[in-house]
Structure formats: C-alpha cells, structure tokens
Design a binder for this molecule. Structure first.
Ligand SMILES: [Zn+2]
Ligand SMILES: [Zn+2]
Length: 170
C-alpha cells in the first residue's frame, strides 16, 4: 500500500505504458514517462496540483495543463486510479501491482487511511456466484472523522496551501 514502488515495478509500468501509447497511436514523449515515474515514486494519494508542484520542485518545467492531461491518460490506461473522497477534488494513486485496498476518509481534516480486509474479497466472490456476474472492480469509502482533536485539524490543509504558495513563488 503506501510505500514507494520498487525499481522493477517502475520498469514494468513504463513498459505497459509504452505498449499502451503505441497501440493507441499516442506519441511517446519523455514528459509522459516523467509523470508516470513521479506517481509511482510518490506515496499514497495526491491531487493534480500536488503532482504539479512535486514535479516543479524537482526541476521539471511541465505545465499544469500537461500534468492534468497526462494524469487522464494514465487513468485511461489503468496505470493510475482516480478516487473521489467526498467533495469535488479528484485524487490519484498507483493502480498497477499494488495491493487492492479500501479507504477511510476524515471529513474534517481530509486524512485518507487505507485498509485491506480479505472479507471484501469474499463478498465479491459470493456476489459473483449469487448474481452470475463477473465483478471487475469495486470502490469502498468509509466517511467520518478522527476521534482525537489533536490529530484532526484543518491545519494540515492550511499548511498544504502555504507550502504550495511558497513553491509557486520560487
Ligand atoms: Zn488508496
Ligand atoms: Zn481528521
């Protein structure tokens, strides 16, 4: 789950993406691979702006529009998953070779926790049997709030905004 991808996973993912671009007659550009690599080296969930600033901070000159655009392409080919944790903001995470997991989301501070429970897989198999259906995906989000006020403040969101503003001025 939330740990950086291994080198071999990154190489595998690049190969999958290369084939996808070729088959769909998209141009193979270094920027496309940069976005992909950045995502697989990142932890957990991020929005498009997070990715943009991350890339900018590591010296890349890609535009915001390019990042949005590339993310859509990566979602399309299944290497990246798009998630909505309440609200309108879309979050992204790696979609290839990562353990299937579900999310617990704090409405107050926006924290996203991941969990993996084998019983969900059992429910899936049971539903397939009961409804004579092939399930190819699922999404499960639990919403609520952190119990401890110290761990849950809107501060984290504010800090993020400040960090972004500072990065933008550079
Ligand atoms: Zn996740
Ligand atoms: Zn919270």
């Amino acid at each position: 789950m939330a740990q950086p991808a291994r080198e071999e996973t990154i190489n595998e993912v690049k190969e999958v993406f290369r084939i996808y671009l070729k088959e769909n007659k998209h141009r193979i550009t270094p920027e496309r691979f940069m976005v992909l690599e950045e995502i697989y080296r990142a932890d957990g969930h991020f929005d498009a702006d997070d990715m943009y600033f991350r890339m900018k901070n590591s010296g890349s000159r890609v535009s915001r529009a390019t990042v949005y655009n590339k993310l859509d392409l990566l979602v399309e080919c299944g290497l990246v998953q798009k998630q909505q944790f309440g609200g309108n903001q879309s979050y992204y995470e790696r979609g290839y070779s990562f353990q299937q997991h579900d999310h617990i989301i704090c409405d107050e501070c926006g924290a996203v926790l991941e969990f993996c429970d084998p019983r969900i897989h059992e429910i899936k198999m049971l539903m397939e049997r009961l409804h004579d259906f092939k399930i190819t995906g699922h999404s499960l989000h639990f919403f609520g709030h952190c119990n401890s006020p110290e761990n849950c403040t809107r501060k984290s969101e504010l800090n993020q905004k400040i960090r972004r503003a500072t990065a933008e001025r550079k």
